[in-house]
Design a protein around this ligand. Sequence first.
Ligand code: APR
Length: 253
Amino acid sequence: MERDIDQAVKAIVNAGYVIALTGAGISTESGIPDFRSAGGLWAKYNPAEYATIEAFRSDPEKVWRMLFDMVDITVSARYNAGHAALAELEKMDILRCVITQNIDNLHQEAGSENVIEYHGNVSRLECLYCGQDYDKNEFDAVTLIQNRIPPICKKCGEILKPAVILFGELIPEEATVRSLEAARKADAVLVIGTSAVVYPAANIPLVAKQNRAVIIEFNTETTALTNFATDIFIQGMAGQTLPEMVRRLKAAR
Ligand code: APR
């Protein structure tokens, strides 16, 4: 790992436009299980049954059973050293943006400002029937979570959906445009804690690669991307490897 981090430091020092794509793996050290590792969320809930927009429309209470599990863990999670390292890179004027597939708000809580939420955010709620949207603070989230009662739209009485992207839903237009623009400008992409199997998010490093960006992957294990597009693979826990890289970048300045 040591040599790989030195290689990454060199690539970042020579880069002019560095972006990051993060997945659930950057939040596992905050206590939030990822989806596809052993013991991940999809080991407990079949995504085809619980995580599609059709499943939500046909049986919202059932989908909320999974969502309450996710929200329960997310609401008490705190950002970790990996999130903080990316916020530090932004403050050092090195990192231009974080494109995250995560819905846990931990990048923002760690201080990252330019965060593109590719799969939405669990702290907002939307009504699929009348279009009304809400901030989670407009509800007594603690009681709802404790009693496992899905939130109800105050306008039309239907069950609300968290503003997270379920399978079968489109990526928010603004997130698509901003992340493609960033990928086209990037000459280095930090791909952190993602299995890189869900599109279109997994396409972001490939778009950057077409423009000859260096792909630097941080993961505890190899992924679909590693042998296909990754230039520098840094194996380890992101909560350790990212802060170590930031430490060496500071020393290299
Ligand atoms: N440090 C680095 N990598 C980690 C860590 C860690 N501490 N913990 C787990 N990982 C890696 C795993 O090895 C795996 O490659 O993070 C990756 C997590 O992959 P997934 O569970 O598939 O999560 P993600 O890639 O974010 O999934 C993408 O799929 O289900 C949908 O909408 C959901 O946003 C999600 C999308």
